[in-house]
Ligand binder design. Sequence first.
Ligand SMILES: Nc1ncnc2c1ncn2[C@@H]1O[C@H](COP(=O)(O)OP(=O)(O)OP(=O)(O)O)[C@@H](O)[C@H]1O
Length: 261
Amino acid sequence: MQSGAAEAITIEGLAKSFVDKEVLRSISLTVPAGESTVLIGPSATGKSVLLKCLLGLMPIDSGSMKYGNLELHAQDADGWSAFQSRAGMLFQQNALFDSLRIWENVAFRLINQERMSRKKARERALIRMAEVGLGEEMADLFPVELSGGMQKRVGVARAMIGNPELLILDDPTAGLDPILTNSILSLIERATAGKGTTVLVVTGDMKAARSRFDNVAMLFDGEIKWSGRREAVPDAGNPYLEQMINGRARGPIKMRLAARD
Ligand SMILES: Nc1ncnc2c1ncn2[C@@H]1O[C@H](COP(=O)(O)OP(=O)(O)OP(=O)(O)O)[C@@H](O)[C@H]1O
């Protein structure tokens, strides 16, 4: 059951620095309600940091973030946990609970938030696990017994169980083979097309970025340099996007990126 109607995310002038490093200078971005948006950008530009700020896992320095009319930037700890309970999330380290079995990790939201019986929650977890290519024989294992790619899939299944109204996924297909990548991207597509979930995904998979999500946003140098419908992604003329999407760019942007590597 979906926990509520999906809302749009609106970010304005968000800034975030660490000690002496400015990561996000002035982020302005709208993630439309009930649509999927992919955030792309070079490594270490702050994509993960932005997702963490949005979920209240990192404090911001300035700016505003809203989910519908809810002023995220003004939430206290209780407000943040109420908001987080509305979202399914996946971070790069997967953050599985080591002491819980795989099915219990996947079913965590159902048991702890929705108070579903363990029997029913296990049944639901097995369905989600199958959707990400994890068989029933995995259900009673512990995370340490799984490969990195399998743990990633457990993380995706956990984020998506219970059909949360908001999905925030940091590189859900990293390290997966093309077949699994395809099934996970299809699962994410069904979450928006079928259920109207608001989805924000970070990916390094440029082919997926161009074809699988409704909107594309490009983060570079602390700002969103381009955002819009995927059909409107310019094939040429925007050096930031060209560099990311086509792996080519001319002029200063290329030299600048090369200098950073
Ligand atoms: N807790 C932290 N303390 C200090 N610096 C941090 C912290 N978290 C992230 N950073 C720095 O912020 C910058 C952006 O990191 P982030 O993980 O958001 O990059 P990213 O765009 O997601 O990169 P990638 O695509 O490689 O995963 C990096 O320079 C990183 O070292």
